[in-house]
Design a protein around this ligand. Structure first.
Ligand code: XMP
Length: 508
């Protein structure tokens, strides 16, 4: 495996994902990780990420010296390159102008790092500092117009690069990372969904033995893939609880139960708790209050069912790698709270269980691949993200059975038309929102005074930022026509053309 040391770069996760795309397992550690923490993972090599600091700033992040001077292969990217240079007596200085954007890299010395690469190719630069004087024992392997030392190396296995191989703007970056991880570090490129499944099954069996495991199914992809994996590993020792909040999309609960029944026959306890959720949400308009009520009620229902089932030692959770990194990295502290993203289906903290987290080291796209590997249907596995509190945060103002029904019908039309247009998997999310506004309309010869529905469709990589989707006119037109014709309580449809920031993706 490969370790990525994170120096606070927005791209660290991307580096890890790109390396994993080369079928080499990779984990991110903070730059402060000690040498013994790094060694514990037995990495074949270490990648030093970029970062916002300048190596000469007081308090600039450093890493364990053994990484920089030891035997293990190292690849420093941008800030990582400068750290290597500084450690070995090179000189780093502010470039006369910040280099940002595409550049052409020309190879001066073909080495293993450039195996099967053309002599020159495009790379993405984003740096303010650059190497002015090569560090001792290093030579330049490639240059760009503005960076004479764009790739430097000591021997074959200590490398520094000024550009970012992890971003899509460096089209051959994946190949470079593969050359480093496989050819230089000697990693075995066998990290595939199939390999993950067989390893995970082994780990689960060792952890759980003959004990029973409880798993909360929320309807989301993560809990479903976790359950499918556990079912493979421990069969009938697994019991799942599906809490139907009544806040899911049209036909969703029914379709999920069908999938569960096929996948985990006789192992799913399904609870129709819609009435309870609606009662608790009655008259509540504040979005944060809605989230709290739903999160709390979910835990209540789950705990009651768990009690009925009897004693269990383990609880499965669909925790993913980004949650694990967030709890150890530096980039989330002090961030303003915009929304509490309660994950319905999350751990009821007051319950006394040991945790089983089989997806703890996976990114979302890897979870999907594992889900497909386990034979789960693509329509379910490749569904767009859906918030835990469900349609409750897409109905502005109080939630009621009638308003849920209106939104469900409008939302199903949006999904249907977006799928027909072949756009569903290209969009991050696309859905309908029911506003608390009534507007005047005319139908036949009569006046109407009815609900306003908004359509939201966004493109995004990670939901941190998003751009509103430029949907084709004819798709928008079909969505609008169908909603006003097929959903009796709606007489006007608008399209949200705001990006994130300043808006958020969900309206509440
Ligand atoms: P926003 O609206 O903050 O959403 O731009 C970013 C992403 O998070 C989802 N989202 C939630 N997910 N519980 C969740 O599990 C929530 O309360 C919640 N609120 C927003 C949203 O759908 C988008 O993908």
């Amino acid at each position: 495996m490969i370790v990525v040391l994170d120096f606070g770069s927005q791209y660290s996760r991307l580096i890890a994902r790109r390396i994993r795309e080369q079928n080499v397992y990779c984990e991110i550690l903070p730059n402060t990780a000690s040498w013994s923490q790094i060694q514990k993972l037995q990495p074949n090599g270490v990648v030093l990420s970029g970062g916002p600091a300048s190596v000469y700033e007081p308090g600039a992040p450093r890493c364990s010296r053994e990484v920089l001077t030891g035997q293990i292969p190292v690849l420093g990217i941008c800030y990582g390159l400068q750290l290597i240079a500084l450690e070995h007596g090179g000189k780093v200085a502010a470039a006369t102008r910040r280099e940002y954007g595409m550049a052409e890299l020309k190879i001066d010395e073909p080495t293993k790092f450039f195996a099967e690469m053309p002599d020159r190719f495009h790379v993405w630069m984003s740096h303010g500092d650059r190497i002015e004087q090569l560090p001792n024992g290093f030579r330049a392997l490639a240059h760009t117009e503005n960076s004479p030392h764009a790739v430097i190396a000591a021997g074959e296995a200590r490398l520094g690069i000024q550009f970012h191989p992890e971003v899509a703007h460096t089209p051959l970056g994946g190949r470079l990372l593969r050359n480093f991880a496989v050819d230089i570090c000697g990693s075995n490129p066998d990290w595939t969904p199939g390999h993950f499944v067989s390893e995970a099954i082994g780990h689960i069996r060792t952890q759980v033995g003959k004990e029973r495991i409880l798993c909360a199914l929320s309807g989301g992809v993560d809990s479903m893939v976790a359950a499918a994996l556990l079912a493979r590993a421990v069969g009938e020792q697994l019991v799942c609880i599906f809490v139907d909040t009544g806040l899911l999309r049209k036909e969703e609960a029914h379709n999920l139960l069908e999938v569960f029944e096929r996948l985990l026959p006789g192992q799913v306890v399904s609870v129709d708790a819609a009435d309870r959720f609606l009662e608790r949400l009655d008259g509540v308009a504040d979005p944060e209050e809605k989230r709290q009520i739903i999160g709390h009620e979910f835990v209540q229902v789950f705990a009651e069912q768990a009690k009925r089932i009897g004693s269990m030692r383990f609880l499965a959770q669909g925790t993913l790698y980004p949650d694990v990194i967030e709890s150890t990295s530096h980039d989330t502290h002090g961030a303003a709270k915009i929304k509490t993203h309660h994950n319905v289906g999350g751990l009821p903290a007051e319950l006394d269980f040991e945790l089983v987290e089989p997806l703890r080291y996976l990114f979302k796209d890897e979870v999907r691949k594992v889900g497909l590997e386990l034979g789960l249907p693509r329509e379910v596995i490749c569904r767009q993200p859906f918030p835990g509190p469900g349609l409750a945060v897409r109905i502005l103002g109080p939630v009621s059975r009638d308003r849920l029904e209106i939104l469900r019908c409008a939302d199903a039309i949006v999904e249907d038309e977006i799928r027909r247009a072949g756009l569903y998997e290209r969009l991050w999310q696309s859905f309908a929102v029911l506003t608390p506004l009534q507007t005047v309309g005319v139908m036949g010869d009569g006046r109407t005074y009815n609900n306003l529905v908004a359509i939201r469709a966004v493109e995004s990589q990670d939901a941190m930022t998003a751009d509103w989707a430029r949907l084709p006119d004819d798709v928008l037109s079909r969505i609008s026509n169908r909603i006003v014709n097929e959903v009796a309580a709606v007489n006007r449809v608008v399209y949200d053309i705001t990006s994130k920031p300043p808006a958020t993706i969900e309206w509440e």
